[in-house]
Design a protein around this ligand. Structure first.
Ligand code: PMP
Length: 307
């Protein structure tokens, strides 16, 4: 799906026209992958107008990612949170996907360069259900990838850096070429890690099980949302390493992510899950979308109104 253009992009503190948000081909981030980013969503809520969802946690992770790669960010948490609200409002968007990105710019070559300046930009544009409306309703078919996720001590999976998405690209392309909606990566030790752009949850005998952060996952903000909502619903959640074969014994499986929201999985490697009516997944999904209709009380302050 082509990107739906909007009017303005926030770049280094200014709002500039969409078409002017270009960069030099010798940009450091383009050559060495020195770029970190976020994926966030704004929702049109029934009770609080247009709101950015978990603005603070996303920008906190953005700053953390930059810190790991020693990229100096010249903007504070508050500046960047405000810029995310502004970019949605100034583009007159209701529901939007928001993409903050920071990268080392033009100035000096060499992977360890400290002279290349950090550039920061935030774009916002409409983006529907990542794994499709049908997938959201009826579940998606996924496959375990032949590609492993980055092992601990190689490239940090817990940091949202552009280069990590080379792994996601391989995992996801392989799955799509074979006719699946998404691919699941295993970690270096063969246990389940996550989807190419989603965290994964397995439901087994009434409990929700999800891989821990040490299983080469990105600790998703939607993952945290799902865990919090599940606990609120009185459902037990455990974080533990998941052997691949557990996927084939699952009562239910679902995936979470800002783009994918809460998407049920209906089969893995062509083996259907045991409960195709997704009873627990539906509860989590309803609680999640209920945040935007007001049916789920936002007792955590996750909705940040743009107006
Ligand atoms: N894992 C990966 C690899 C991702 O790209 C994403 C999407 N950002 C997630 C998990 C889910 O993270 P979040 O819920 O914060 O969007």
């Amino acid at each position: 799906m082509p990107i739906q253009e909007t009017k303005l992009i926030w770049r280094n503190g200014e709002m500039i026209p969409w078409a002017d948000a270009t960069t030099h081909i010798l940009t450091h981030g383009l050559h060495y992958g020195t770029a970190v980013f976020e994926g966030m969503r704004a929702y049109e809520t029934a009770h609080k107008g247009v709101c950015v969802f978990r603005n603070r946690e996303h920008i906190e992770r953005f700053l953390y990612s930059a810190r790991v790669y020693r990229m100096d960010m010249n903007y504070s948490l508050e500046d960047l949170m405000q810029a995310c609200l502004d970019i949605v409002r100034k583009n007159e968007l209701s529901a939007a996907y928001i993409r903050p990105v920071a990268f080392l710019g033009y100035g000096e070559m060499g992977p360890a360069s400290r002279a290349a300046k950090t550039e920061v930009a935030i774009a916002a544009f409409p983006w529907g259900a990542y794994l499709g409306e049908d997938g959201m309703k009826n579940g998606v078919d996924v496959a375990v990838s032949s590609w492993r996720r980055m092992a601990p001590g190689t490239i940090p999976a817990g940091v949202k850096a552009a280069g990590n998405y080379l792994s996601s690209r391989l995992v996801s392309m392989e799955a799509k070429e074979k006719g699946f909606a998404e691919g699941i990566g295993l970690s270096h030790d063969g246990t389940v890690s996550e989807g190419a752009g989603e965290n994964l949850f397995v439901i087994h005998k009434g409990r929700i099980i999800t891989p821990p952060t040490a299983s080469s996952i990105l600790a998703g903000i939607t993952r945290d949302t799902a865990i919090t909502l599940a606990k609120k619903l009185g459902i037990e959640v455990v974080e533990q390493a998941i052997p691949r074969e557990m996927l084939y014994a699952a009562d239910e499986i679902f995936m979470t992510g800002t783009a994918a929201e809460v998407t049920p999985v209906r089969s893995v490697d062509k083996l259907p899950i045991n409960r195709p009516d997704f009873p627990i997944t539906r509860q989590i999904q309803n609680a999640f979308f209920g945040l935007f209709t007001g049916e789920t009380e936002d007792e955590w302050g996750w909705l940040d109104p743009v107006a």
